[in-house]
Design a protein around this ligand. Structure first.
Ligand SMILES: [Zn+2]
Length: 308
């Protein structure tokens, strides 16, 4: 089937579904506010806050790398039609900054990271000008951002304020339980083996919060490439500490991680790929991993199973 036909069918499906939605809305006489989130994690949080009172859309789907993501024509329409826009900030969406900046003169464009106290943001340089954007991997910090975002949703749609507050309390309780669960699970890995090696530096917050040493092959962004030097350094650490497994990420190429596995083999130490971690994007919609809580749980289960 040609690409054009496939797209044609998709558009038709969207039109049909779109019509049904509209009918339902008309009969209920409900006018929903439209909220757009850049990443899946943000849209998941807003969905938990808003319930069925808002139409929540995510720009980036499963497997999409936010560091490299560029706004499409379809995104532009979504962004222009939104009542409220949430993004991560701290340069996670580096290639979207111009568009977000422009939109902010017309409507509320809010960074999740603005809800987090400066003390909790990881600095990556001595001058404190470069920040780690991967805030969703410390569940307690993510909760701070969620509470902040909730206040903005309440302001934007004050008619449903009480409902948003109730939903937020429920979600933040779930995040508290998740945070405690992750702490307990990671603590079951022997200390010597508590080293998390992945394709890029997405897990710095995770490591700090849950007491795991973390090393990534590419730096904090996937924009820059990895070097042979980095591979050699990691191979030496893995072989000397007899680490059992390293990890692939769902939104980053596995080329670099495979180079490390081969390097270890050449030195006579067998390290396996312990599985795929959801780093900068969630799993498929409709699955457990397609939610924020499910994504974190899946990662922790993959990590503990491979390293214990
Ligand atoms: Zn990243």
């Amino acid at each position: 089937m040609g690409k054009g036909i496939t797209i044609g069918i998709m558009i038709l499906a969207v039109l049909i579904l779109g019509c049904e939605d509209k009918k339902e809305n008309d009969s209920n006489k409900k006018i929903k506010i439209v909220i757009v989130g850049t990443t899946g994690m943000i849209a998941d949080a807003i969905g938990n806050i808003a319930g069925d009172k808002a139409e929540v859309q995510a720009l980036m789907g499963p497997g999409v790398d936010p560091h490299l993501y560029k706004v499409t024509q379809g995104d532009l329409e979504k962004l222009q039609n939104a009542d409220l826009i949430f993004y991560n900030g701290l340069h996670l969406e580096g290639k979207m900054s111009e568009v977000l900046e422009k939109l902010s003169s017309k409507k509320k464009v809010i960074a999740f990271s603005d809800g987090i106290s400066m003390n909790n943001i990881r600095m990556l340089d001595a001058g404190g000008t470069v920040h780690d954007p991967h805030i969703w991997f410390n569940v307690a910090i993510w909760k701070e951002a969620v509470l902040y975002a909730s206040k903005e949703v309440q302001k934007a749609d004050s008619v449903n304020e009480e409902l948003y507050k109730t939903n937020t309390l429920k979600f933040s309780n779930q995040l508290d339980s998740l945070d405690n669960w992750v702490k307990a699970e990671i603590a079951t890995i022997p200390e010597q083996s508590r080293l998390l090696i992945t394709a890029h530096d997405a897990f710095g917050y995770f490591g700090e919060a849950y007491k795991m040493e973390v090393k990534g092959l590419q730096g904090i962004s996937t924009v820059s490439d990895y070097g042979l030097n980095d591979v050699t350094t990691l191979v030496n650490i893995i072989t000397s500490r007899k680490i059992k497994a390293i990890f692939i990420e769902s939104s980053v190429s596995d080329k670099s991680i495979k180079a490390v596995v081969e390097g270890c083999q050449a030195k006579g130490h067998k390290v396996v790929i312990g599985g795929t971690l959801y780093s900068d994007a969630m799993g498929q919609a409709g699955t457990h991993e397609g939610t924020y809580i499910g994504m974190v749980k899946a990662n922790v289960n993959t990590i503990t199973k491979a390293l214990k």
